[in-house]
Design a protein around this ligand. Structure first.
Ligand SMILES: [Fe+2]
Length: 230
């Protein structure tokens, strides 16, 4: 008997090695952003600090982040290569970027980045006990009895014997400091629940791919210089 797995969700994991000095510069800048938060009422208890909701959503424009973003670009291109999108035929734009800080039991709840194509998380500061990333499936291709692989109760009652690679609907991606994870923006993700975050700092951004030439091309965003504001 052969088992054939079809239609994967693919994410890329790589390392970006910045010097300690470059990292400290970024960390200091992010700590300052947190101190200067513009909308603290938005950050409810147990939610991580997210810079994009606090007035700091364009960190890619800051000099201290320039080298990091040039490294990130290489990983984005690696993702495009992986799914056979020709990087020479698209322009890649970062539309916004931000840092997150998690302390104690703070977490980032399940969400997706609706307005972009590719997203990433780069772990600028992360200890072993800090939360990892969780990726969720939304297709449930093998869920022949609707809901059953998402039910704690089905596991407790034993009707689902155990979770395995064929029925799992969420997966923990273990990450270390300096890791970057690149994934489709439409993928639901969150941070793992942890009690022990010790100033875990990650950086994320939303990236768009735009066709350089949209003539006779049905799918994909046409070049920005063809857009007309009405
Ligand atoms: Fe996110």
């Amino acid at each position: 008997m052969n088992i054939i797995n079809l239609f994967p969700l693919t994410i890329i994991k790589d390392k970006i090695d910045m010097s300690e000095q470059e990292k400290l510069l970024m960390i200091d800048e992010i700590r300052k952003m947190k101190k200067d938060s513009k909308n603290l009422a938005y950050q409810t208890k147990s939610n991580s600090w997210t810079g994009d909701t606090q007035g700091f959503e364009f960190i890619h424009k800051s000099k201290s982040f320039e080298k990091l973003f040039s490294e990130i670009k290489k990983r984005v291109i690696a993702y495009l290569n992986c799914v056979e999108i020709d990087e020479k035929l698209v322009d890649i734009y970062i539309q916004r970027s931000w840092a997150t800080i998690s302390e104690g039991d703070e977490r980032i709840k399940k969400h997706k980045h609706f307005q972009s194509h590719i997203s990433f998380a780069y772990y600028l500061r992360k200890n072993k006990s800090d939360s990892n990333l969780i990726i969720f499936d939304e297709n449930y291709n093998n869920e022949i009895m609707p809901g059953i692989f998402r039910s704690e109760n089905a596991l407790q009652k034993g009707i689902v014997k155990k979770m395995n690679q064929f029925n799992v609907t969420q997966a923990i991606v273990n990450v270390e400091e300096n890791d970057i994870i690149v994934f489709p923006s439409k993928t639901i993700h969150s941070t793992q629940v942890s009690q022990n975050n010790d100033e875990r700092i990650s950086i994320s951004a939303d990236i768009i791919c735009v066709a350089k030439d949209s003539r006779l091309l049905e799918m994909g965003l046409p070049p920005l210089n063809e857009w007309t504001k009405i």
